[in-house]
Write a protein that binds this ligand. Structure first.
Ligand code: COA
Length: 703
């Protein structure tokens, strides 16, 4: 991907403001004012057909008349003239445009947007937006927006799909003392999207963490590919995760908000850390931009208050980094800096007697010793200490330790002095917060980042060409028959082609065939109606189980046919499936959907009530790697059931993992054909005994 256009729009040496205005309060006026006020050093060319000068700058009636080169244009003209103006910019050789103007796809005028992009592409020009606030960059002193001012400087950069949020967060950087290097409003993403900007940020030395506010992604697969390669942490807040929220987001940006679970899965696969709310995006982003990843699970909590220590310990468990007792040698050292009634176990409670020196010694040792991978320092403001001095001691301990690859986060609970000390620490590169939970949550983000980095090495897609060819033949036959769903027999055939063991099954069109098949398969057997018009077979009385004899087989065959006709007189009945009655096993479910943002996506969970009532399922975007399949099996809440509970033998985990991978290949290979599918139940046997797909369903995409 050519980054020139993005480079020109984010680091322009010269910028034209098209639709610049001399009328205070108008956006075209505000952009010029902001560029001047915030100290932009490049050349500014206001373009206005009537004015000769705006805010002391010479105006040009059209961009073509500006002498010399122009890197970027900020568009503040109405949507109806945008195509014309973009054409003029293209002819002038402008390589990037920030299109502030609204009135495009977000109100159903995708045609206008497409036209603008078509013209821009013709000239090799990139478009940010439309429907944006603009962009802000501290290092460039560039405020090409109608946001009031540049944010407080930081090493973190934000890309947001909501312009209003950019303005609000811009202001909040000052009250929260959490700064940003760049803030980019991405709007309708007609051209430049999240993936493009993540790619561009790789070489931006001013940015050490990329924060995203996402309402919906269009090309989720490219997002995953690009984010996976990122050399910087990426943190994303995805809105629209509730059903109601999704509807709001969809109407806001015109983009599709995919399922929350699919987004979470995709973020994991892409190595993207997820923020749970706006606060979280702020402080996790700050921490990721300042501190190295937490490479192992061992960390020490150092405190002068027992209550704070307990709160932090609880938070550690909640946020996935449970605390361990410190080894004896660490405890022995810690004991040197606390009264007898202190505790060195972890949390290291130095008690309210702790002063500057104890904080210094303890923090320094904690960072330097081999056992610890990170340190969370807590402080409660007391009358015998000065928060500023404690903060200085912590900073000195970090500096004197000389250790650069172990992260630290801090919590200061107290009044104004503590608040000031927090600000001072943040300015000096130590993420510091009020609540102990926040300090722990921030540390958990650094642990998540380290783990995600390890997991990013996926083994990718391997198409099974032979299986694919034969499966496509089965699908083509069903389509030729005018169907958009496969029968169970056909679906199982496709599963078998991809190497997934299914229960034996055959189609009987007469009572005699049913008897013959039953004998071949072996009693006990199951019989099921096969009809594209009857999807809920049990409801129609179309299933009989545990058929043990020929007489029972004859009776079942006739009863099912009778029930089916009674259920739907004109149902197209293909016959009756005669199926092996597989021995009982633990029921699991595999499913797939074609996600609007990420495409073919698979689901795994325990079957029965676990899926129906508890919705205990997990997703991954295909292709699923072995490590990801293992994660899927481990991360469902019911995972212990598969490990064997109440004296039961553990289930065949290896077989489940292999099956998830095979299922993922099937869904990936057949993504143009399969809309949805499931294998439910899959019966899983004891370790070494494998599993069997007992029922399978494949719904085809409408063509
Ligand atoms: N070339 C140069 N200037 C042109 C022009 C052209 N082809 N066509 C119009 N202009 C000038 C106008 O004369 C005017 O200047 P003036 O104040 O001197 O008269 C200026 O461009 C702006 O045009 P105007 O018609 O007055 O529009 P506006 O300022 O009321 O609104 C937008 C323009 C872009 C701000 C408005 O259409 C819009 O989209 N607003 C929403 C922005 C937004 O919310 N973005 C998303 C945030 S999340």
């Amino acid at each position: 991907m050519d980054k020139t256009g993005i480079e020109k729009m984010l680091r322009p040496k010269s910028v034209a403001v098209i639709g610049a205005s001399a009328t205070p309060g108008k956006i075209g006026y505000t952009v010029i004012k902001n560029l001047l006020k915030d100290g932009y050093k490049g050349k500014i060319y206001p373009i206005n057909q009537k004015e000769s000068e705006i805010l002391g700058l010479k105006c040009y009636p059209e961009i073509g008349q500006v002498p010399g080169e122009i890197d970027s244009a900020v568009m503040c003209v109405p949507a109806k003239v945008m195509a014309e103006v973009v054409e003029e910019c293209g002819r002038k050789g402008v390589k990037g445009a920030l299109v502030i103007t609204s009135g495009f796809s977000e109100i159903g005028r995708k045609d206008l947007e497409d036209e603008v992009v078509r013209i821009a592409r013709h000239y090799g020009m990139r478009i940010l937006g439309p429907n944006i606030v603009g962009t802000l960059s501290n290092s460039e002193k560039f405020n090409g927006s109608f946001a009031p001012c540049l944010p407080l400087p930081g090493k973190n950069s934000l890309v947001t799909q909501s312009g209003a949020l950019l303005i609000a967060m811009d202001m909040a950087t000052y009250s929260r003392r959490i700064g940003y290097e760049k803030m980019i409003s991405i709007g309708n993403m007609a051209d430049v999207d999240f993936a493009d900007l993540i790619e561009w940020f790789q070489d931006d030395e001013e940015t050490s963490c990329v924060s995203l506010y996402i309402e919906g992604l269009r090309d989720g697969r490219r997002f995953i590919d690009v984010a996976k390669k990122s050399n910087k942490p990426i943190i994303a807040l995805k809105s629209g995760v509730s059903a109601h929220g999704a509807a709001a987001a969809a109407s806001h940006t015109g983009s599709l908000a995919g399922g929350a679970k699919v987004y979470s899965a995709a973020f994991k696969q892409a190595g993207v850390i997820q923020a749970t709310d706006l606060d979280n995006l702020f402080y996790r982003g700050l921490t990721l931009s300042m501190q190295p990843p937490m490479k192992g699970d061992n960390f020490l909590i150092i405190t002068n208050g027992g209550g704070n220590g307990v709160l932090a310990t609880d938070a550690a468990e909640r946020f996935g980094i449970p605390l361990k007792f410190a080894p004896d040698d660490v405890q022995a050292e810690m004991k040197k800096h606390m009264p007898e009634y202190g505790s060195a176990k972890n949390p290291v409670d130095m008690t309210g007697m702790a002063g500057n020196d104890w904080y210094y010694e303890t923090v320094k040792f904690a960072i330097m010793n081999k056992w610890t991978d990170s340190v969370v320092v807590l402080y409660c403001e007391t009358a015998i200490t000065d928060p500023a001095e404690i903060a200085a001691s912590i900073k000195r301990a970090v500096d004197d330790s000389g250790v650069k690859d172990k992260p630290i986060t801090v919590s200061f609970v107290g009044g104004e002095k503590s608040d000031k000390a927090i600000g001072w620490m943040v300015e000096n590169g130590i993420p510091a917060f009020f609540a102990p939970d926040t300090a722990v949550n921030a540390m958990a983000a650094l642990r998540e980042y380290a783990k995600l980095q390890e997991n990013k090495k996926s083994d990718g897609a391997k198409t099974d060409e032979k299986a694919k060819k034969l499966a496509l033949e089965v699908i083509a036959a069903a389509r030729a028959d005018g169907r958009t769903s496969l029968t169970e027999i056909e679906a199982k055939k496709v599963f078998e082609l991809y190497g997934m063991p299914t229960t034996k099954i055959g189609l009987a069109k007469t009572e005699e065939e049913a008897v013959k098949l039953s004998k071949e398969i072996g009693y006990p057997i199951v019989m099921k109606i096969v009809s594209p018009d009857i999807l809920h077979k049990s409801d129609a009385g179309g299933v009989k189980v545990n058929i043990k004899t020929e007489a029972e087989a004859r009776e079942a065959y006739n009863t099912i046919l009778k029930n089916a006709k009674a259920y739907k007189a004109d149902a197209n009945i293909h016959g009756i499936a005669v199926q092996e009655m597989a021995p009982w096993g633990t029921e699991v479910i595999l499913g797939s959907v074609s996600d609007p943002s990420f495409g073919p996506t698979v689901m795994f969970g325990l079957g029965g009530i676990f899926v129906e009532v508890l919705k205990d399922v997990t997703f991954r975007v295909t292709p699923v790697s072995k490590a990801e399949a293992e994660e899927m099996v481990s991360e469902i809440r019911g995972a212990p059931i598969l490990s064997g509970v109440r004296g039961e033998a553990p289930r065949d985990r290896k077989a489940i993992i292999e099956t998830i991978i095979k299922y993922s290949s099937m869904i990936y290979d057949l993504m143009d054909e399969i809309a949805e599918s499931d294998a439910n139940p899959v019966l899983v046997y004891a370790q070494g005994e494998g599993l069997r797909v007992a029922d399978a369903r494949i719904i085809l995409k409408k063509k």
